[in-house]
Ligand binder design. Structure first.
Ligand SMILES: Cc1cc2nc3c(=O)[nH]c(=O)nc-3n(C[C@H](O)[C@H](O)[C@H](O)COP(=O)(O)OP(=O)(O)OC[C@H]3O[C@@H](n4cnc5c(N)ncnc54)[C@H](O)[C@@H]3O)c2cc1C
Length: 381
């Protein structure tokens, strides 16, 4: 069986489904998305759901702010409740270097319309009462940020994409891309061949293998990250912000009546493993002891692991390969891709259609490493 498609999107996470929705809604016919598992089965369903515009890189600030607007309209526009809590992001800062870097970030964010501000340790504790202010110098806070439920965003985009005529093929793996010279002519999948002249790679942590099918280097490296959820916490304020101890990377936000907790693990080695283990727990407890001892008493009721999709400068790869006609990519979001899904969907639609996107993302092209023009993001969790 050979299917026909105007565009084949690889990957059914937040990126693939947002791109499918934006293309189909713009009137592009025969959009086909292939996902080898269930929708959202990759990193998206494992994310903490944090959405924010507090970044150090002006492109990330604008991608975050544009996406926050879209998350705010999501229920109205797409008819899907995404559990959005606009409770803010609170970064806790314990060194003069962190304070200086966040002050510069707040200035840049404010110049781009983001209402972030610096707080005293006491103001921070009023917002997030489970923390201790010992050793805290300051905090950065933006009330527009928050968190929502990643799978619901994917299902909202997928349903709306289908309603606009896109086809979503689950349990369908992309196994190859056919080229005639430097032009895409078809893809092979476990369901059969699909004739097409455009492929968009939104394959997350697995993107390097997709790029290799057309000789395009997408330098994306998988790295396991773990999350724990806790029993209900009595008296949790409904406005508890996503709280991040920037020095240790411990973060938490309300998840139903309990908390969702996460932290980076410097001992983790790159790889595709997503089983959970307890080796990160001693470090997690140390960080709790230091910044939020109240968390130590909470029983953990669940854990899971997912993959960050890291690039060498921990910033996204968005663009179109110059060596192949037409191979586009939106990947390598390095742990902050869920929150960029709406804006990146819009941008990739415009790149496909040859329109000028709302933001010039050329500095995020995969070619920046060969050109020795990395684009590091400092505000990473
Ligand atoms: C523990 C954890 C916490 C996180 N917290 C946050 C957060 O708070 N905020 C935030 O913004 N981001 C967060 N992230 C990062 C976020 O999850 C990712 O950046 C984002 O989900 C990437 O979306 P994606 O659509 O690019 O990739 P994915 O969701 O991984 O989707 C890619 C899909 O491609 C499919 N695929 C791969 N290869 C093929 C193939 N050959 N054929 C067909 N299908 C294929 C996969 O099955 C997968 O479903 C977190 C990540 C983790 C692991």
């Amino acid at each position: 069986m050979t299917l026909q498609a105007r565009v084949v999107i690889v990957g059914g996470g937040v990126m693939g489904t947002s791109i499918a929705y934006h293309l189909a809604r713009a009137g592009v016919r025969d959009v086909v998305l292939v996902e080898r598992d269930e929708l959202a089965a990759g990193s998206t369903s494992k994310a903490a759901g944090g959405v924010r515009a507090q970044f150090s890189d002006e492109l990330n600030i604008q991608l975050g702010a544009r996406s926050l607007e879209a998350f705010g309209r999501f229920g109205r526009e797409l008819g899907q409740d995404i559990g959005l809590h606009r409770v803010g992001y609170l970064f806790l800062l314990s060194t003069p270097e962190e304070v200086a870097s966040f002050e510069a970030g707040v200035r840049l964010q404010n110049s781009l319309g983001v209402p972030s501000r610096m707080l005293t340790p006491q103001e921070a504790r009023r917002l997030s009462p489970l923390i201790t202010t010992d050793g805290l110098l300051a905090a950065a806070y933006s009330p527009d940020d928050g968190h929502c439920t990643p799978e619901t965003v994917v299902h909202g985009y997928a349903a709306a994409a289908r309603a606009h005529g896109a086809r979503i093929l689950r349990h369908t793996e992309l196994t190859g891309i056919e080229l005639h010279g430097d032009t895409v002519t078809a893809v092979s999948t476990t369901l059969g061949r699909i004739a097409t002249d455009t492929v968009i790679c939104a394959a997350g942590a697995w993107s390097r293998a997709v790029g290799a099918m057309v000789g395009v280097d997408l330098p994306v490296q998988p790295l396991r990250r773990q999350i724990a959820v806790t029993e209900p916490v009595p008296g949790l304020p409904p406005t508890l912000p996503m709280t991040i101890d920037f020095t240790t990377s411990l973060y938490f936000h309300a998840e139903g009546p309990g908390l969702l907790l996460g932290m980076s693990d410097p001992d983790e080695k790159p790889g595709f493993a997503t089983d959970t283990h307890d080796r990160w727990i001693p470090r997690l407890y140390e960080a709790m002891q230091r910044r939020a001892p109240a968390l130590l008493d909470l029983r953990r009721t669940g854990t899971w692991a997912g993959l960050y999709e890291n690039t060498p400068d921990h910033n996204a790869l968005i663009g179109e390969a110059p060596s192949v006609s037409r191979f586009l990519y939106a990947t390598g979001f390095s742990g902050h891709g869920f929150l960029q899904g709406p804006a990146v969907g819009e941008i990739v639609r415009d790149l496909y259609l040859g329109r000028v996107p709302f933001l010039d993302v050329r500095p995020l092209s995969a070619g920046r490493f060969a050109a020795d023009a990395p684009r590091p993001e400092a505000n990473l969790v």
